[in-house]
Write a protein that binds this ligand. Structure first.
Ligand SMILES: Cc1cc2nc3c(=O)[nH]c(=O)nc-3n(C[C@H](O)[C@H](O)[C@H](O)COP(=O)(O)OP(=O)(O)OC[C@H]3O[C@@H](n4cnc5c(N)ncnc54)[C@H](O)[C@@H]3O)c2cc1C
Length: 435
């Protein structure tokens, strides 16, 4: 028997009550407006308050703060993203990978510092990262991961099937790489803690989607349903929704991911998993499964990604849950179907060459986003750095992010829709064994 399905994100449901904020009404003038209350927007707001304690800062969120992808992700605070083929096959690819890796490590440190200084109760665990595969065709990739990490001075250890079985409680994976630097977290609890601990100077509005963003006479103007904000500077932190605001339409696109979380394991299930300590496994194969055993003894799986700009409806979510359950069964055959308690969807932002958006878009408008599925750490550090760029506060890390290649061009819709569906089908077929 299945549990009823409702697109309720398990992390958000389990994180407890979120502080609520008013909707925006009226006409206001401000030094800064931030659009989007995810990791990027929250980090940007915090940074402005630090650098300019007298500035007026208005943060506007279309739905609820921290409840977009920020609260709905898999909770890997990624330090060592999979180096794709492009990242390893040329000198510029390797330099870009090294730059992103440096940013990600700085991002993990930034998130950890916030968790510690604000005592955010979010199940933070310094676990490092495991990339693992079951199919022999991915073993070379894993060895390349280990080499790429080692080249950057990161400790990386290959794990064989027996070592993985002992750690994870499943013999599904045949080869893995354990690398240092990453962490695991309950993402909604983290987001809630980050929002609740923003400086009082940040005025937050929720359920207030910005409908239009334009420039007018030296300021940016945000149009909302019930009002207008005129801002000296705007930070766009809406990630996958940039194209809906008319931004980066030929550079980025959304992918819808879905995930499932089980109820806590029962005593017999704990025995079956060998009382393993909590862990997270990433796939070296694009569209392979992301898996976790959480600190509160639940299993998470995310093994679906689709190009569906109109979003995921409940019928599609039911199909996703079936795919999640198949993935769970491959790894934990003893797990009953009704153990799946929550299934939900969320959007990531992707570019053709996996490069983020970062920079000044026009006189008064700056944007950071598009981190693929690595936005917990990257969003936090890039949200901070976009303010350093806007306020002309140089640093080595700002040079690093500025050194990155920009997102590649993508064709206009509907051509892009056709190409994206074909490509996703191809990637899904390629990644089937790792789902
Ligand atoms: C299922 C899933 C699993 C993932 N797993 C991981 C993981 O394990 N590790 C990891 O690092 N990353 C992961 N990611 C990616 C990560 O969640 C994102 O990269 C990250 O949340 C990006 O943060 P952000 O603040 O830039 O954008 P978002 O979190 O998307 O926040 C943008 C906010 O802007 C708001 N908004 C949009 N349009 C408007 C508008 N017009 N007006 C006002 N507000 C608007 C949205 O409501 C949203 O709250 C995952 C994502 C998903 C969906």
């Amino acid at each position: 028997m299945d549990n009823p399905i409702s697109d309720t994100c398990g992390w958000i449901a389990l994180a407890g009550n979120y502080r609520s904020h008013p909707t925006f009404k009226g006409v206001e003038t401000t030094d800064w407006a931030i659009i989007g209350g995810g990791f990027t927007g929250l980090a940007a707001a915090r940074r402005i308050a630090k650098l300019d304690p007298n500035a007026r800062i208005i943060l506007i969120e279309g739905k609820r703060v921290g409840q977009g992808a920020t609260g709905r992700n898999s909770g890997f605070v990624v330090a060592n993203e999979s180096p794709g083929h492009a990242a390893l096959s040329s000198a510029s690819g390797r330099a870009d990978y090294a730059a992103l890796n440096a940013l990600d490590h700085a991002g993990v440190a930034a998130v950890k510092q916030l968790v510690q200084s604000h005592k955010i109760d979010c199940q933070w665990e310094d676990t490092g990262s495991i990339h693992a595969a079951t199919s022999a065709k991915n073993f070379d990739k894993l060895r390349h991961h280990a080499q790429a990490f080692a080249d950057l001075g990161i400790n990386a250890t290959l794990l064989d099937q027996a070592a993985l079985q002992k750690r994870l409680g499943t013999d599904h994976y045949k080869l893995g790489v354990l690398s240092t630097g990453g962490a695991l977290v309950q993402p909604a609890a983290l987001a809630k803690g980050l929002a609740d601990n923003l400086p009082a100077q940040v005025e937050i509005y929720e359920n207030s989607p910005v409908l239009k963003l334009a420039e007018d006479g030296g300021a940016a103007v945000l149009t909302l349903k019930d009002g207008t904000v005129r801002a000296n500077r705007v930070i766009v932190g809406v990630n996958a929704f940039m194209p809906r605001l008319g931004l980066q339409t030929d550079r980025v696109f959304p992918l819808a991911l879905t995930a499932s979380l089980t109820r806590p394991l029962s005593k017999p299930e704990e025995q079956a998993i060998g009382h393993a300590a909590s862990w997270g496994v990433l796939s070296p194969q694009s569209l392979g499964a992301t898996m976790r055993l959480t600190k509160d003894r639940r299993i998470l799986i995310r093994n679906t990604a689709e190009y569906r700009p109109a979003g995921i409806d409940l019928a599609r979510l039911v199909q996703s849950r079936d795919i999640h359950y198949q993935g769970l069964q491959k790894r934990f055959p003893w797990l009953a179907r009704d153990a799946v308690e929550y299934t939900w969807s969320g959007n990531i932002c992707v570019s053709a060459n996996a490069k983020p958006v970062f920079g000044k878009l026009s006189d008064n408008i700056f944007a950071a986003g598009c981190y693929n599925a690595s936005g917990v750490a990257r969003g936090t550090i890039m949200g901070r750095l976009i303010i350093d760029l806007a306020m002309d506060a140089p640093s080595a890390l700002l040079d690093t992010v500025n050194s990155l290649a920009k997102p590649g061009w993508i064709p206009p819709r509907p051509f892009f829709d056709i190409a994206a569906r074909i490509r996703m089908g191809f990637e899904r077929a390629k990644g089937k064994s790792e789902r």
